[in-house]
Ligand binder design. Sequence first.
Ligand code: NAD
Length: 251
Amino acid sequence: MSDDDAVAQLRALIGDARRIVIFTGAGISTESGIPDFRSPQGVWSRAKPIEFRDFVAHEAMRREAWRRKVEIDRDMEVAAPNRGHRAVAALVRSGAASCVITQNIDGLHQRSGVPEKHIVELHGNGTYATCLECGLRHELAPIKAAFIADGTLPHCRNCGGLVKAATISFGQSMPARAMARAQEETLACDLFLVLGSSLVVYPAAGFPLLAKRHGARLAIVNREPTEQDDQADLALRADIGPTLGSAVGVD
Ligand code: NAD
């Protein structure tokens, strides 16, 4: 299929839909300079993820987690929303899309202008931290400054509990409200649009299948094949920014 055909097919599916749910993964942010996990240059080619129970059990793992956080935030802090994020924001603004369910933790959908109430974050948010005991929010800047200065690991000023970036690690329970909202939105849509996800991380990857089973159309835009291409009404092996940007008419 030529690039023009791909764009035309995606535009037609979007135009036919009454209610779109957009589902994003790390792939939508690579064009902003944030590496994904499973591409050949992805984060996992360099380091294995730290499981939640190891973070809680071992100081050495917490130290490693904060070391990685400082490193990855160097990319995150300079990253700006790209054409793909802007196209998603345009679909929400026009009312065509009811919400964005994201696995990303980079906050770029918010920064591209999608109102918070239209964003469902399945894997949390990496732009702040929380206490694992009492849930108090902690800002990252002082935590990182202390860690960089002398390796101090953060503890909650309220209850003394362990403080962790507000992202969901492997082995950590999923946020119940976000999961319920994602399910509700998924069941109400007639087009489920996946952008930049390998669709291997569950339970998140269950939502496209749920939408399809419930009668919605499924479209996937991803550079590499995904686990669910065979279920999709349209599976485009393409870059998100140029493809969705052209389909939606956003630069
Ligand atoms: P993934 O790394 O498993 O898959 C990303 C997919 O996007 C890959 O298949 C890749 O081929 C594709 N891709 C990369 N750039 C693309 C582009 N410009 N256009 C089209 N496709 C592109 O990521 P995932 O499925 O989101 O799951 C992994 C986990 O990674 C998620 O839980 C998420 O929390 C976490 N993560 C988030 C960020 C972020 O917030 N930006 C970054 C890395 C990882």
